[in-house]
Design a protein around this ligand. Structure first.
Ligand code: GLA
Length: 367
């Protein structure tokens, strides 16, 4: 029996939040934790077990039928997308394991999708352009759970390169590496507030934003100057006007953050992160009091810059920290947060930029 292995990382977004669903800019990075799949090639079914999930997955290798809930929906949707792209329906029997904390917004579902895609391509000796696999996995996410999410998570998991963040243009998936200043680490703190509303809240926000886009005459928000906003939103209802203001200013902050990193100007990065968080709180309205508090506590306890990350409605915040102070910042922040919210269980993940899946699977994910 021939064996296949596949690996895909989770991601964290440094800045550029809720810009991906209108083809904007973001600055994610892959983590050094993720999802691994190991299996044997053969037959015409995909049969996977995971220590993290009680129910194993058993689906036809062409993805033509899917379970109605659970993680098998993602596996089946990826198999179906790859089948539509011409992958022969070769089966795999194996195990999935994850070092990625689940449910805190680090894209465990995208990492699962990408790991499954790499394994299925290897099993069938098929290669596809990496960006095609990104798009296939995004379509699979939609098919599996019906949330109209953008392409950020899958792109970060596939295209990131080790040691760097990824400046990503979600319109065409063009991307470049962005080095973080020396000695800086990224601290992720989960608020302990589960993102139960994310599905419905996410769809509501994209719809509200959508109601503003007609004033752009076909341009995307990333191509609108901040100075144009006042004229564009004059006479518009308050909610769509604020949703559009968030997205236009957030795209601008991505470009400014990349410039500030290049200049090792962490003071400017701190301002941009704070402005991003305020915009997500006041204009896009996806923060909760607990994530607002955590962002402040991180700054109070020594982080250089902090903001919420991911879709919002709970979930995680990030802090940029001096690497040698990371543990102390995490400990002080967690203990202050625990005093404010004794019933919530916050968790920290200290991470470095990891390698994207394409860097490790150049045989099946081609440029
Ligand atoms: C979630 C989605 C992403 C992106 C972020 C917000 O993580 O899955 O596509 O929209 O929210 O930036």
């Amino acid at each position: 029996m021939r064996r296949v292995t596949a690996w895909a990382p989770g991601r964290v977004n440094l800045i550029g939040e809720h810009t991906d669903h209108t083809d904007g800019l973001a600055l994610p990075m892959a983590l050094d934790v993720g999802v691994r799949l190991e299996g044997e090639v053969g037959g015409d079914r995909v049969q996977l077990r995971s220590a993290d999930a009680p129910v194993p997955v058993d689906i036809p290798a062409d993805g033509s039928s899917a379970p109605s809930d659970g993680w098998g929906r993602y596996v089946a949707a990826v198999a179906a997308e790859l089948h539509a792209l011409g992958r022969p329906p070769v089966g795999v029997v194996g195990t999935v394991s994850s070092t990625l904390p689940q449910g805190i917004g680090l894209s465990s579902s995208a990492a699962l999708e990408v790991a499954v895609a790499v394994a299925l391509l290897r099993a069938a000796d098929r290669a596809l352009p990496a960006v095609e696999v990104v798009r296939a996995c995004r379509r699979a996410e939609h098919a599996a759970v019906g949330v109209p999410s953008g392409v950020l998570d899958q792109a970060a998991s596939v295209l990131s390169r080790s040691g760097a963040a990824l400046l990503l243009d979600c319109a065409d998936l063009s991307h470049e590496d962005v080095a973080l200043p020396d000695g800086i680490a990224v601290l992720i703190i989960d608020s302990g507030v589960t993102r139960q509303l994310e599905g419905s809240g996410y769809a509501t926000r994209t719809r509200e934003l959508g109601a503003s886009l007609h004033v752009l005459d076909g341009r995307r928000p990333a191509d609108v100057a901040v100075a144009e906003l006042a004229a564009l939103t004059a006479g518009m209802d308050d909610v769509p006007a604020r949703r559009l203001r968030h997205v236009v200013t957030e795209n601008d902050r991505v470009r400014a953050t990349v410039a500030a990193f290049a200049a090792a100007d962490l003071g400017t990065v701190a301002t941009l992160f704070a402005d991003s968080h305020a915009s997500l709180r006041d204009d896009f309205e996806v923060t909760v009091p607990q994530t607002d508090r955590l962002v402040d506590l991180l700054k109070d306890n020594g982080a250089l810059a902090s903001r919420m990350t991911g879709g919002g409605f709970g979930g995680a915040v990030i802090g940029l920290v001096h690497a040698d102070e990371a543990d102390a910042v995490a400990e002080a922040t967690l203990s202050a947060y625990g005093r404010a919210y004794p019933d919530l269980r916050a968790r920290t993940v200290l991470t470095r930029p990891g390698a994207g899946a394409a860097e490790q699977a150049a045989d099946v994910l081609t440029p």
